[in-house]
Design a protein around this ligand. Sequence first.
Ligand SMILES: Cc1cc2nc3c(=O)[nH]c(=O)nc-3n(C[C@H](O)[C@H](O)[C@H](O)COP(=O)(O)OP(=O)(O)OC[C@H]3O[C@@H](n4cnc5c(N)ncnc54)[C@H](O)[C@@H]3O)c2cc1C
Length: 529
Amino acid sequence: ALYSDVSQLPKLKYDFVVIGAGAAGNVIAARLTENPKFSVLLIEAGISDQGVLGVQVPFLAPTNLPNSSVTWNYTTVPQTSLNNRVLAYSRGHLMTYTRGSDDEYNRWAELTGDDSWAWRNLEPFYLKSTRLVPPVDHHSTKGLVDPAVHGFGPVEVSLPGLPSELDGRVVNTSKASGAEFPFNVDIQSGNSVGVGIAQSTIGGGIRSSSSRAYLEPNLNRSNLHVLLENSVTRLVQSGSDHGVPVFKQVELAASPSGKRAHPTFIGRLFMSVVVATRTIVTADKEVILSAGSIGTPQILMLSGLGDAAELGRLGIRPVVNLPDVGKNLQDHPIMSNYWVVNSNNTFDDVLRNTSILDADLAQWTANKTGLFGNAPANAVALLRIPGNASIFEHPFTFPLIDPNFFNTTFDQFAMLSAVKAARAFMTAPPWQGFVASRFGPVGSAETDEDIIAAARDAIVTIWHPTSTARMSPRHASWGVVDPQLLVKGVSGLRIVDASIMPIIPAAHTTGPTYILAERAAEFIKEAWC
Ligand SMILES: Cc1cc2nc3c(=O)[nH]c(=O)nc-3n(C[C@H](O)[C@H](O)[C@H](O)COP(=O)(O)OP(=O)(O)OC[C@H]3O[C@@H](n4cnc5c(N)ncnc54)[C@H](O)[C@@H]3O)c2cc1C
């Protein structure tokens, strides 16, 4: 059942309390409640996605950015290597699906000293999280995807349902190039290097989010309660076990003041009553922190779990010194390269003409087909809502976010290589006559120095933060969680989200998050069965 007011919750004690209904939290809540003996409370700061068109219609996803009721309006600290620009740092997720490569998971296993994180041992979990479905227009995808590497999970993955005139050119350029841009029929196989047609978490023309795939079908389970619009403010130490602090209580509030006005009838008097400052919920077995790579370390630090010296400076009493909490943020920067093309078959019309947009939306509403059933690929407008807009009344104090983009020689070399590769790809024969010229400040940069200078003004985040509570071997002095994802130095607390990745995979991060959450759900179940 869904609740948005803590006073409506039937109880305040559950077997498991899961914090954050994102990619990982929804997997954990769904998998744990498969066992009718386990009761689960899932707490989410955000609102319900029911009826939010920008969440359901794949093409409209960018309308959620950068500031809306379904995202957190975070920004980074000024990026010294990007001309001190402050980048919008939204959180939420869209739909490009990639798993990452076998090498990267094998490095996780090496770094943590636990072979169960190796690619070959994760196969049951990636097969369990997603399944391949036909594109919404049911065109033949033969030779563009390998069904054999796909699984049987609840998240639907498909190829574009409205092939564009670019697709053939991309495939032909790749196939003709040989080793430079190798054609890879399916990058989900473990070998993720190469060029292929994108796969998206879209099924039947509707975005297949973790909420739609894992949560919605299970909301009628009597052992699953979901509390929305309530933020966890900290974890509360509930005791100690042989000197190890136990964290099985969670403090939450609906607003920064911790108070919420309820219109109430008392006799014949209608009045507004301010109730409960902050509420505590308790986990009998475990608290599972799935608040993501920004939220998770923030909650840990507010609970006294972090770098003791830093916590002291912030006026927080340290409980356990875990210097790695909130450090080591890894993310993927993105820089767009633009070309002028000899074609009118672009998104320009639909983005400019409301009657074409209305017709596309009507088509999507009627049968979920057409442009809107696809992930948008072209233009995104990033606009800033005034700082005093009502939407900003909710957030609690924001953490400082520093991805430190473009600050090493390697980062600059990698971006330079990517730009050169994109340019080489786009000068191949299939693009001749179609591409008229490069476009924009990045497009007109010629020398390495010019490209690097242009990049300082063009790089933004692709929103893949990871590793802020990274996993390490059980007895290692670095890291925040062990390979079973239990928080070091405390009891009763696990972290399951993108923050535990020891290194960021070269992939869109939701796929890897599903894999690690499926893996975690299994060992949590094993621990308590
Ligand atoms: C704009 C955008 C586009 C993206 N596009 C893609 C893409 O195309 N493909 C891809 O693979 N990945 C994409 N990602 C990345 C993807 O969203 C993340 O990798 C993935 O969601 C990580 O899962 P998670 O469970 O770690 O965290 P999240 O999914 O972020 O879940 C954390 C949840 O915890 C909640 N929360 C946080 N703090 C609190 C608190 N104090 N109290 C209660 N609840 C709290 C949050 O509201 C959120 O719902 C995108 C991300 C963004 C922001």
